[in-house]
Design a binder for this molecule. Sequence first.
Ligand code: C5P
Length: 336
Amino acid sequence: MAPVTVSVPAKLNLQLSVGPRRADGYHDLVTVFHAVSLYDTITVAAATVSPELGDTVTVTGEGATVVPQDGDNLAMRAVAALRAAMPGTGEPVHVTIAKRIPVAAGLAGGSADAAAALVACNELWNVGLSHQQLCEIAADVGSDVAFAVLGGTVVGRGRGEELTAALVPSTQYHWVLAFADGQLSTPDVYATVDRLRRDSAAAKGSAAAKGSAAATDAAAPELDAVLMAALRAGDPVRVGKALSNDLQPAALTLFPALRKTLTAGTDLGAVGALVSGSGPTCMFLARNKERALALAAALSGAGVCRSVATVAGPVHGAALVTGHPGQHGRPGQQGR
Ligand code: C5P
């Protein structure tokens, strides 16, 4: 069977509202996922050379040295999850991951690789699962993996794995991403959210301040009607104003330099500025493609980030690459 190549996009969260910590350690969310044109490329091939080694993985590109190259790799966990879901199928594979999505950057790059591995193995092994069935397996691999299978602009609930269509027009939005010199761990950012909420409750002298579980209680999150109306109108200025992320204060606490990056983007004309997911990437919305290119150049010159990229969204989720993989979805990227 010929190797299968899949390209898979990074995600932004246009809204990320975080509820209280649950008993299982996760937080209930309401989020609006938005897939953008920054892609990793994953190739899955039958392990013909040394099948006795089982599944193996090679990672190249952006941040490759810090990505686990063993069973801890999310793509490898996805391969194992699909095999477990389909007993009797699934020869050993070699997975090659060419990364452009920075690692631990709040762009769900690892989840994207897992989604791509599911789509690729579904094809290589001729399993024939639907997107819906792949999303069910994806949800067990990680909270953002199901979204990376689908792409588009989608509302996520639960841990982020319960997806419903956002029912908005497919207006293209033009973004500038500012990549940071450093990484943030998602569990650390969520733990900091809990700590900041406890501190704030303590400062208010509430009963929750006594350190009980209730100390981290937050209101159940709700979908932001203002953001949804802006998306329905397809108006980038309104969308920019309505962007929100409950993880941002925690990301700024752990990575204070991001304040300067956000301020610079706003001063340079972005219509919206936000930390992406758990950070430290910052995302800036521009009025149109020309403004995005100008903003990227200006941000790049301002010295407030490691590098910048211009991307557009929404784009589709993990998809088979039929042409030459190197031609697929290369974003404009500029060094500082
Ligand atoms: O599901 P995933 O492995 O991507 O989540 C990584 C970590 O992020 C979790 O271990 C948890 O600490 C945090 N998380 C959370 N609530 C969510 C999603 C993730 O607390 N809804």
